[in-house]
Structures are given as structure tokens and as C-alpha cells.
Design a protein around this ligand. Structure first.
Ligand code: GCW
Length: 680
């Protein structure tokens, strides 16, 4: 079981005897107040856990009065034994919320898990299991929780031929060829893993995929997956290619105002719902990077999105429309294009439309300032798109724990629509009252034995779920929980793995794109350095972004430059327009700065760039040392897997450092500081 397949759900024998007795007692007689497929899923999970924890299967009683020890059910099912106050408290936790703790039933107190819906009971059970795994369970303590975001969603970029766009962990886990007849047990494990961290929606297909997924044959396959996921509270979404009416509907146009097109989508949507009655809706990439969209017909994004939203709304479906739009025909700074398109349309989208916005305005770069659309459109539902797969962050060889990046974005102050607004508060709907809230993440899952290619990339899947559930959680607490569940409770392991996780993001930024540099990676595969890359469209070349010349480096996005800074609130503009005030991590994102510009620590810009690259390499070496020191505490197979990858990462960090510094030196014409390892 040490190949990583079991993720953070690799239940281990309970060593603590007191806990073992307590858990054995609870598992000796479990009573469910009702019957439904979700409770069957819970029973399955309890059996898996129990078998590993205590070497025995749990017992489920059919009758309540057989002196059961452990009670599970919904608030309604429990209503006879709960006080009105208790019921009100639980009700306030909302659809997915749960409560656990002691409940008095016929004069005796029993440990219980109560949800408003069966899925809440499921989430409560997973939480309970984690308390056992991390040795923090106490049956007398009450605990309750509920998600702050309604849709916690994975976006797979999986194609129907099983390749995965920007996937680095093998092929797609969706075996379309054998679906719907064959249900790979892996689908169930996938659903378990997602439910255990609160993920409740999944879009199965690539936003760049063709329209084939919308044909009847593929719908049947998608239905089979939806049936597997349903007990785990997970809804299926599909990508909808805007030109589908032409590709699979035999029409001459995909104009969203054309009545035949409208009819095509209505019928298509009805058909999907006939297979998947709780279908989530569509996810659409339109008029971006060559994908078809409403612009072809002189229509805007709202007209395109609303037409699809109308087809979905009778069924309660959602239309998720991506704001990642840019065109190379547009001369305007790519950073500005989404705001330019969407701000004028604010308020024009239907209620069941959500605009899904990437965390930054360019494209999942190692570090980006928050996207200026957050806080700028407030009469339209907005959602976040993070990227879990490490397209620009070393893919499956580099150990990079992404939660600190996501936390940085979520905590960023937008100052819009209100002075206290943050990206997180906007997403939670606190600012606008938005109900259908969304955090999506581009999946890093594939057919690899350990699901994610790099064992540590599992931490990103885990952290994504945790932050989507609670955007106010910290990357440090998530790192600790993941480590305990994945490796061990041992204090040394927890603290050293924690060190590695928490330093890893800044480390990668240091050796890839420090101080606000961006988009200087290799062409199209996006792996490794390529600050020299030219040819093809301007906004896919590196010099467009770093603008290095004999005077300095950086993209001037100030008011006198491209003006992108103007898309932020005046408070942000005030802090960021001055190169001495802006946080140095964003400096070259917004400013073209002379090589001899003095930074806060007294170094010149040129020196500081060199020190950051050098530091990145040193930090990877430190991560290697820390990992090596854990050899005796980690399973040998897992230890070796990570060790080998860290060695590759060290080489790649050097590659980045050497390539970028030597290249930028051709502009700066300055020596490297003598106290760094000299690039060659
Ligand atoms: O990050 C870029 C990727 C494309 C991707 C696009 C998008 C799905 O390089 O591969 O296409 O973003 O998000 O649409």
C-alpha cells in the first residue's frame, strides 16, 4: 500500500490503545437512521477504515434498539431525539454542513454524526475518520463545520482519446472505451477521495475538447460516471464546445441568437437531463486561443452564455463561462483583455451563469497578482479557477506545494466593491450576496499509480479541496494535516515535511520567475526556461513579457505604460504604481526597472535577481537534505520516489538559474555578485 494509491486515505492500524478501545466500541454497533445510497457509501468507508484500524469489520445494526453505540443520520431523522435548539443550530449549517458529538438517546449518551442531508453525514464521517487518523478524536467534544463555497469543483482537461491537456500523471482516468459497461473501481476511489475533502462537482472533459462528448453515446458514458459519483455528493458537468450545433447538429451556424441553434441546445440539454437528472451544467471556453464563440457572429459573451443558460435553467443547471479570453489580434496588453470584455457586460448575465476567472490575468504563472476582475464585476456571479496541475510550475518533477500561492491570492485585498474586500470575501459572496459560489481547480489526476505523478502533488489536490471548502484556511494547517494523513504522526516527520512543503512554492518562484517576472518558460510545452523565446504571435513570446533591454527589465503596466494597473481599485493603484512601494514580488510585473534600481535591502535590481535565482537553487538543495534526513521514517518506496524527483528538481533549478541569468546578463552587462554560485 505504499505506492501512494491510497492517497491521504491509507488507513493504518491504531497504535494508541485507549483510542483503539474507544473506536472498537463505536464500530461494534453502528446505527443509521435511514437508508440511502450515500449511507451505503459511508458504510463502505467505515468498513475500509475499521478493517485497517482494528483488523475487524464494523457491525451495522438494523434495529435502533439493539443498543447501538454510534448513530448517524440527518437532522430530520434525528429530530425526535434532538432539542429544538440543537436542531436549529444544525439547520444553520446549511445543505452540506454537519455536526458531531454526544447526543442523548433514551437516557443514554451516544456519539453521533448528523448532517442536514445525507451528504453532510458523509462529510462528517470523513472528518471523524481524519480525527482518528490524526489521533485527535474525543467522543465528548462537539464539532461542526460547513463549506463557505457552494461548488467545489475539479475541472479535468481530459480529452476523449484519454490524453490530458497539461496532464503530467499519465492518461485520463476516464476509460471512455469501456464505459458505460465497465465501471473501473478507480472511479469509486476517485469519488471517495474527492468527497473526503469536500469536492462536490467535476467537469469531465477538456475545455478545448471537441463536441463529441455531447453525442448520445458519450452521454451514456457520462451518465455511468454520474451514477458512481452521486452517492458521494458529486455532480457531473461537461464542457460544451460553442460550435457543437455545427459539428454534431448539422447546422450551418452556431449563432446564439439563431432559433435553430437555440433549439439545438435546448434539445441537447433536455437529452442530457434524461440521462443525468442532476446534471450540473456546462463549462465553456469561448473566443479564446482559437476556440469558437459568440464573437464569430458579432455577439458578445453575455449573449453566448445566456443562450446556454436558458437551455439549462428549466433543469436547475448552471452555465460556467470562462473569463480566460484573449486574442492575439488585440494589440492591448493581454493582462487587460478580460476586464475590457467583461466589465461592460456586468449585470447582463443570467442568474444561473457564473464567470470563472483564473487567479491571475495572464495564465497560471508561478506568481501572479490577483486578477483585476475580482471586485470589478459585482452584478454577475463570479468564481475562481485555480490550476492544480503544475503546467508552469515544474509539472510532475518539481515538488511545489501550491496552497501558499492560493492563500496569497485569496487573501489579496481588492478594495472593491468595499474597502475590506479580498478575493476570498468576493468568492464567498460576502460582498454581493452571491449564492451560487464556485472555486474550481484544473485537475492534476491521471492513471499513474499514485494518481498525481509526484507523490507530493497529492498535497495540491488535497489542499485545493480544503481551500475550496474554506478559503480562510491556512496553507500551514493544511500541510500539517496532509502530512499526518499521508506519512505519519511522528513529530519530526510532521515538522520536516512541513518545512519542505511550506518553502517549496517560494523556492520555485525564486528559480523560475522572481520579482514579478512571468511567461519566460519554454515554448508551448511550458517546461523549463525560455526567456529568449521569440517567433509566432507576440503574446506567446517571452521578450514581450520581460521587456529586457540595456536599461532594465520588466513590463510597464503603470498608467503611463499599458495602463493595466488602472483596472485595480485606487488603493491598489496607489500602492503599486510606485516601484518603491509595490511589494517586490510584483515589481517587474508592473514596472520596467533600471538594472541599478535600489531595492529595500540595498541591493541593485540586477544583484537581487541573481540572488533570487541562486537562493532558489540553494533552497532545493536544502529540501533534499531535509528529505534525506527522514529516510528512516518514511516508507522506502515513497522515500526513493521523492528522492529521485528532488534530484531532477535540483538540476532543473540550476538550469533555470543558469539560463535566465546568463540570458539577462546579455542585457544588463553586469557581473554576477561574487558570493553566488556562478552560472555557466
Ligand atoms: O494555461 C493555458 C494552457 C492551455 C489551456 C489554456 C486555458 C485548456 O497552456 O493548454 O487550454 O490555458 O486555460 O484555456
Amino acid at each position: 500500500a505504499n505506492d501512494g494509491y491510497k492517497l491521504w486515505m491509507d488507513y493504518q492500524k491504531i497504535e494508541n490503545l485507549e483510542l483503539k478501545t474507544e473506536v472498537s466500541d463505536l464500530l461494534s454497533n453502528i446505527y443509521f437512521f435511514g437508508k440511502n445510497p450515500t449511507y451505503e457509501a459511508i458504510k463502505n468507508e467505515l468498513k475500509l477504515a475499521s478493517d485497517s484500524w482494528i483488523g475487524r469489520s464494523p457491525k451495522f445494526s438494523q434495529e435502533r434498539l439493539t443498543s447501538a453505540k454510534f448513530y448517524l443520520g440527518t437532522r430530520e431523522e434525528f429530530s425526535q431525539v434532538l432539542s429544538l435548539t440543537q436542531q436549529a443550530e444544525i439547520k444553520a449549517l446549511g445543505e452540506d454542513g454537519y455536526w458531531m458529538g454526544p447526543v442523548e438517546i433514551e437516557g443514554k449518551t451516544y456519539f453521533s454524526i448528523i448532517g442536514n442531508k445525507p451528504v453532510g453525514v458523509l462529510y462528517g464521517t470523513y472528518k471523524w475518520i481524519k480525527t482518528i487518523q490524526t489521533n485527535t478524536f474525543s467522543k465528548d467534544t462537539e464539532f461542526s463545520d460547513s463549506p463557505k463555497i457552494k461548488l467545489r469543483m475539479l475541472n479535468h482537461w481530459d480529452n476523449l482519446d484519454r490524453t490530458v491537456e497539461r496532464g503530467y500523471a499519465g492518461f485520463s482516468i476516464w476509460d471512455w472505451h469501456r464505459l458505460p459497461g465497465y465501471i473501473d473501481p478507480r472511479y469509486i476511489d476517485y469519488a471517495r477521495a474527492n468527497a473526503s475533502i469536500g469536492i462536490n462537482a467535476v467537469s469531465l472533459t477538456n475545455v478545448n475538447a471537441n463536441a463529441l462528448i455531447l453525442t448520445t453515446d458519450f452521454m451514456k458514458k457520462a451518465k455511468a460516471l454520474a451514477d458512481v459519483f452521486r452517492p458521494y455528493g458529486i455532480k457531473v458537468f461537461l464542457t460544451a464546445r460553442f460550435s457543437a450545433p455545427m459539428q454534431i447538429g448539422g447546422l450551418e451556424t452556431a449563432d446564439p441568437l439563431n432559433s435553430e441553434v437555440i433549439d439545438f441546445w435546448k434539445k441537447k440539454t433536455d437529452e442530457i437531463y434524461s440521462f443525468i437528472p442532476d446534471f450540473g451544467g456546462f463549462l465553456v471556453k469561448a473566443n479564446s486561443e482559437g476556440q469558437p464563440g459568440p464573437h464569430e457572429y458579432g455577439r458578445n459573451h453575455a449573449e453566448g452564455a445566456n443562450m446556454l443558460a436558458d437551455a439549462l435553467s428549466p433543469h436547475g443547471g448552471l452555465l460556467i463561462w470562462r473569463a480566460f479570453v484573449y486574442s492575439h489580434e488585440d494589440e492591448v496588453d493581454r493582462h487587460m483583455q478580460a476586464n475590457n470584455e467583461f466589465e461592460p457586460l456586468d449585470g447582463k448575465f443570467k442568474d444561473n451563469v457564473i464567470i470563472q476567472i483564473k487567479n491571475g490575468a495572464i495564465d497560471f504563472q508561478p506568481r501572479e497578482p490577483f486578477h483585476p476582475l475580482f471586485g470589478s464585476i459585482n452584478k454577475t456571479n463570479v468564481g475562481m479557477e485555480f490550476q492544480i496541475t503544475q503546467e508552469y510550475l515544474g509539472q510532475a518533477t518539481n515538488l511545489v506545494y501550491l496552497a501558499p500561492m492560493w492563500e496569497e491570492v485569496l487573501k489579496s485585498k481588492t478594495y472593491k466593491p468595499s474597502p475590506a474586500s479580498t478575493v476570498g470575501s468576493v468568492l464567498e459572496g460576502k460582498e454581493t450576496g452571491q449564492k451560487t459560489t464556485l472555486i474550481a481547480g484544473v485537475s492534476n489526476i491521471g492513471t499513474d499509480r499514485n494518481w498525481t505523478g509526484h507523490l507530493f502533488a497529492q498535497s495540491n489536490w488535497f489542499a485545493f479541496g480544503k481551500l475550496a471548502w474554506n478559503p480562510e484556511a491556512t496553507s500551514a494547517e493544511i500541510a500539517e494535516e496532509w502530512t499526518k494523513l499521508t506519512f505519519s504522526q511522528n513529530q519530526e516527520v510532521v515538522s520536516k515535511v512541513g518545512e519542505i512543503l511550506l518553502v517549496s512554492y517560494e523556492t520555485a518562484v525564486n528559480y523560475m520567475t522572481p520579482l514579478g517576472l512571468h511567461h519566460i518558460m519554454g515554448r508551448s510545452h511550458h517546461y523549463g526556461p525560455g526567456p529568449w523565446v521569440v517567433g509566432g504571435r507576440a503574446d506567446w513570446t517571452a521578450p514581450y513579457y520581460h521587456q529586457a533591454d540595456s536599461l532594465g527589465i520588466g513590463f510597464d503596466r503603470t498608467i503611463d505604460g499599458s495602463g493595466a494597473l488602472n483596472q485595480y481599485a485606487p488603493e491598489v493603484v496607489k500602492n503599486w504604481e510606485d516601484p518603491h512601494q509595490i511589494p517586490e514580488k510584483y515589481l517587474l510585473w508592473f514596472h520596467h526597472v533600471p538594472w541599478d534600481f535600489e531595492l529595500s535591502n540595498g541591493n541593485t535590481l540586477w544583484e537581487e535577481i541573481a540572488y533570487h535565482y541562486d537562493q532558489g537553487v540553494k533552497e532545493v538543495r536544502q529540501m533534499q537534505k531535509t528529505w534525506d534526513s527522514l529516510e528512516s521514517q518514511i516508507d522506502p518506496e515513497e522515500f526513493d520516489h521523492v528522492k529521485q524527483l528532488l534530484a531532477i528538481q535540483e538540476e532543473e533549478a540550476e538550469w533555470w538559474r543558469n539560463a535566465c541569468l546568463l540570458y539577462f546578463q546579455t542585457f544588463s552587462n553586469r557581473p554576477f555578485p561574487s558570493d553566488i554560485e556562478q552560472p555557466e
